[in-house]
Design a protein around this ligand. Structure first.
Ligand code: GLU
Length: 475
C-alpha cells in the first residue's frame, strides 16, 4: 500500500510583517512535514488586493529566510489561481450548493439587523430564487441543514450545528473570490494533506469542510494551534511590543534561538528538554506533543534558550554578527587588531550573553580607545585612599611580565603575589585597576580583562590613568 506523501503549507496574507505567531505556525508546518519526509510549501494569500503589499510579501519571505524555514518548490501566489477559484464557484452554482444573491447593500444591512434581532444566522431571501436577474450579485454558499464535524489533531473532535453558519460569500460582486473559497481550492490543488494554522481559523474549518464536501473533495487533516498570548495571559497585541520576527532580530536573538523558543511554545517532548538542535527536531517532532491551551510568551525563557544557542555557536559566526551590530551602532571603528581581540575573547563574551545586543555590550570594554571616558562617580574610584598608588605599583609588576608570558595564569599569579606582599585585599587594587581598564563597562574577571586586552593595551590604559592622577602618587 502506498502511503500518501505529507504536504503542508504556510499561507500568510501579505498585509503586514511576519508575526511571531505566524512564524510559529510556519515552523510547526515545516517540522511536521520534515519529520515525515514530506513537503512544506509557502503560499502567499494575496487575494485582498487593497491590503496586500509587496513590502509585506518581502518581509514574510525575508523573515522565513532569516529564521531558516525553507519551503519546497516555488512560492505560490494565490491571486494567480483566481480562475480556478471562480471555476469552483461556478461548479457550486451548478450543483446548487451555492446561489446568486442579488441583495443590495441597503437590503443586506436590513437583513443583518433582522438576523441580529432574531439571533438566527444570515440566510439571503435570494436563496430560493431560480430566475436570473439583471442585477449585480454575489455568490453565496448555501449552508446545508444538519451538522458539520471535524477531527482536529490539536483541538479534538469539533461539531457545529450548521444553523450557526451564515450563508457566506464565495465570489464578491466584482467576481473576485473570497478567502473562504480560495483556501479550499488551493489546498485541494496543492494536494495539501495537513492544514496546520492558528485556532483563530478553527471556525473557518467548519465552513471550509462544507465546501470540500460540496465539491466532493477529500478534507485535509486539520490541526489548529492555540494562539500565543502575552506574558500577562492576554491575547498578544501591540501593547506587549515585539510582535514581528524582525523585532526579535533587532533585539539580538539568533534565528536558532528564536526558532527553538517558538517550537517549545506549545509543544513538549517528554520531559521539558529546552534545547534542541535542528537535526534532532526533525526526528522527534510530532503533533502529539502540541498543547491545546494558549501558550504564554516568557521572555526569561526565551533569553535562556537563546543564551544556550549563543554559547554553542561558533566564535567566527558570532564575531561577524558582533561586527555588523557594532557597525550599525556606528559608535566604534573596528580594525584588524580589535577584531582579533574580540575573537580571542569570544569564549568569555558568549558565556555572559543572552543575545547579540548583550554580546555587544559585553564587548565594549575591548574596543573603547584611550583616553577612556569616565563618569564623575567612576573618577572618584581613582581618588579614593591609596587607589592610584596601588594601581601604579601593580602596573610596575605587570610590566615585568614578558609579552609571551602574558596569560591568565601568570597574570593571576602577579596579582596574587602583589596582594600578599602588600597584605591588602583584592578590592583595594582590583577596583581602580578594573575601572582604568574597562571605563566601567561590563567585564569578566580582572585577570581575563588583562589577558584579553593584551599587554600593550592594558599597560597603555593603566599608564593613562597614572599620568592623569600622578599628583596623587607624588603627594
Ligand atoms: N491567509 C490566512 C491568514 O493569514 C491563513 C489561511 C489558512 O492558513 O488557512 O490568516
Amino acid at each position: 500500500m502506498s502511503v500518501k506523501k505529507v504536504i503542508t503549507r504556510f499561507a500568510p496574507s501579505p498585509t503586514g510583517f511576519l508575526h511571531i505567531g505566524g512564524a510559529r505556525t510556519a515552523l510547526f508546518n515545516y517540522y511536521f512535514a520534515k519529520s515525515l519526509d514530506g513537503e512544506f510549501h509557502l503560499r502567499i494569500e494575496d487575494t485582498d488586493k487593497i491590503r496586500s503589499t509587496k513590502e509585506a510579501t518581502d518581509a514574510i519571505i525575508e523573515g522565513l529566510n532569516w529564521l531558516g524555514i525553507p519551503h519546497d518548490g516555488e512560492i505560490i501566489y494565490q491571486s494567480a489561481n483566481e480562475k480556478l477559484h471562480v471555476k469552483a464557484a461556478h461548479k457550486l452554482l451548478e450543483t446548487e450548493f451555492a446561489y446568486k444573491c442579488y441583495a443590495s447593500s441597503d437590503e443586506l444591512e436590513a437583513l443583518r439587523k433582522e438576523a441580529l434581532k432574531t439571533g438566527k444566522s444570515f440566510r439571503s431571501p435570494y436563496r430560493d430564487t431560480k430566475s436570473t436577474l439583471k442585477k449585480p450579485y454575489t455568490v453565496r454558499f448555501r449552508v446545508p441543514d444538519g451538522n458539520t464535524n471535524i477531527e482536529d489533531l490539536v483541538q479534538g473532535n469539533i461539531n457545529w450545528n450548521n444553523a450557526n453558519f451564515d450563508d457566506f460569500v464565495l465570489l464578491r460582486a466584482d467576481g473576485t473570490p473570497t478567502y473562504m473559497l480560495a483556501v479550499v481550492v488551493d489546498d485541494h490543488n496543492m494536494n495539501i494533506t495537513h492544514v496546520i494554522r492558528g485556532d483563530d481559523h478553527l471556525i473557518n474549518a467548519g465552513r471550509q469542510a462544507m465546501i470540500y464536501n460540496a465539491l466532493g473533495w477529500t478534507i485535509p487533516i486539520w490541526a489548529h494551534l492555540s494562539l500565543i498570548h502575552g506574558p500577562d495571559g492576554k491575547k498578544l497585541s501591540k501593547r506587549h511590543g515585539a510582535l514581528s520576527v524582525q523585532e526579535y532580530k533587532n533585539m539580538g536573538y539568533l534565528p536558532k534561538g528564536l526558532k527553538n523558543y517558538l517550537l517549545k511554545l506549545g509543544w513538549a517532548h517528554g520531559d521539558e528538554e529546552l534545547f534542541f538542535n535542528e537535526s534532532t527536531i526533525t526526528k522527534i517532532f510530532s503533533m502529539d506533543g502540541v498543547n491545546s491551551a494558549p501558550a504564554r510568551l516568557d521572555f526569561d525563557k526565551m533569553d535562556f534558550i537563546n543564551g544556550q544557542h549563543i554559547m554553542k555557536e561558533n566564535d567566527e559566526t558570532l564575531l561577524s554578527l558582533l561586527i555588523s551590530t557594532i557597525d550599525k551602532q556606528n559608535k566604534y571603528q573596528l580594525n584588524d587588531i580589535l577584531e582579533k581581540r574580540l575573537l580571542n575573547a569570544m569564549p568569555s563574551l558568549k558565556s555572559r550573553s543572552k543575545n547579540i545586543i548583550d554580546l555587544t555590550n559585553q564587548a565594549e570594554y575591548l574596543i573603547i580607545t584611550v583616553p577612556l571616558q569616565f563618569t564623575e562617580k567612576n573618577k572618584k574610584i581613582f581618588q579614593k585612599n591609596d587607589a592610584i598608588k596601588y594601581l601604579s605599583a601593580l602596573t610596575s609588576e605587570l610590566k615585568c611580565l614578558e609579552e609571551l608570558e602574558w596569560n591568565n595564569d601568570n597574570i593571576q599569579q602577579v596579582i596574587k603575589n602583589y596582594l600578599e606582599l602588600k597584605n591588602i585585599g583584592f578590592g583595594k587594587v582590583g577596583q581602580p585597576v578594573r575601572m582604568a581598564l574597562t571605563g566601567g563597562n561590563p567585564s569578566p574577571d580582572l585577570s581575563l580583562v588583562l589577558n584579553y586586552l593584551g599587554k600593550t593595551e592594558s599597560l597603555l590604559r593603566l599608564q593613562n590613568i597614572i599620568d592623569e592622577y600622578k599628583d596623587l602618587i607624588e603627594e
